[in-house]
Design a protein. Structure first.
Length: 265
């Protein structure tokens, strides 16, 4: 089933649909991202629409009124009482130190996971805390489970572990020829242009790349009948350079804006 998605508030993980649809537990899918959620009906929701919990919307990175795929889940989802989380800093900080600091502020996680249905291997980007959480394992009543419901008052143990990110460099190459305007890329229940798909992919890299640090280098290249390197500036000399240190996601965002302008022109 496909519905038009609208972003709601923090609804304790609950999504709302019209009374023409059935309540229950669903798996939501949007552009390859997956999330689970409880669905309830409401007379205030228009037919063909789903109002998505703001945190679930953030997980899926849904654009307003985009088509989203729903699959009903018939099995009962257990309540998690023991969860193991991996911590990765998105601000270039030492992951082990961040995990240790967060272990003293466990209640800070409540507003971000309470009421959600999570699955093993899922990643939650929490920009407010400057971290990405990896769901490493969950258990309910002494048995492990791949999918579980988070109820903060019934969560007995939270284990935090740091995840080491291996050093790497990032080089992005994008085609900006006339064919970029062709609308032939499948996206949920519709097709989008290659240009839109490029920008969407760059946004995902911008939000999910976790290796920001001084010894990581970035370069960006666009090509059609010519090759165009993305120019940045050396922070010490002020000179133009095609390769630069990658300290934050803003550089990838600037590259995306550059690509958008080149295609639009």
């Amino acid at each position: 089933m496909n519905l038009s998605a609208r972003r709601g508030r923090n609804q304790r993980g609950i999504c709302f649909v019209s009374t023409d649809d059935l309540p229950g537990i669903v798996k939501l899918e949007y552009h390859g991202k997956i999330a689970y959620a409880d669905v309830r009906t409401s007379e205030k929701v228009p037919k063909g629409t789903i109002i998505i919990d703001s945190r679930v919307s953030a997980i899926l990175e849904i654009e307003e009124e985009s088509g989203i795929s729903l699959e009903r889940i018939s099995v009962e989802i257990p309540i998690c009482n023991n969860i193991r989380l991996g911590v990765v800093s998105t601000r270039g900080l030492d992951n082990q130190k961040v995990a240790h600091a967060m272990s003293k502020r466990i209640d800070d996680f409540r507003e971000f996971i309470d009421g959600l249905i999570l699955y093993e291997g899922q990643e939650l980007s929490i920009s407010e805390l400057g971290i990405t959480l990896h769901i490493l394992s969950m258990a309910s009543d002494d048995s492990t489970t791949n999918v579980a419901r988070i109820s903060w008052k019934q969560l007995l143990k939270i284990h935090l572990a740091s995840i080491d990110s291996h050093p790497c460099n990032l080089c992005i190459i994008v085609e900006i020829a006339a064919a970029t305007q062709i609308v032939d890329v499948d996206s949920a229940d519709q097709r989008i242009s290659r240009h839109q798909a490029i920008l969407s992919s760059l946004h995902k890299i911008e939000t999910q790349f976790v290796c920001f640090r001084q010894d990581v280098l970035f370069s960006g290249i666009a090509f059609s009948d010519e090759v165009f390197p993305f120019k940045s500036f050396d922070s010490n000399t002020g000179e133009e350079t095609e390769v630069t240190s990658l300290h934050s996601s803003s550089l990838i965002g600037a590259f995306g804006e550059w690509i958008d302008k080149m295609v639009s022109d």
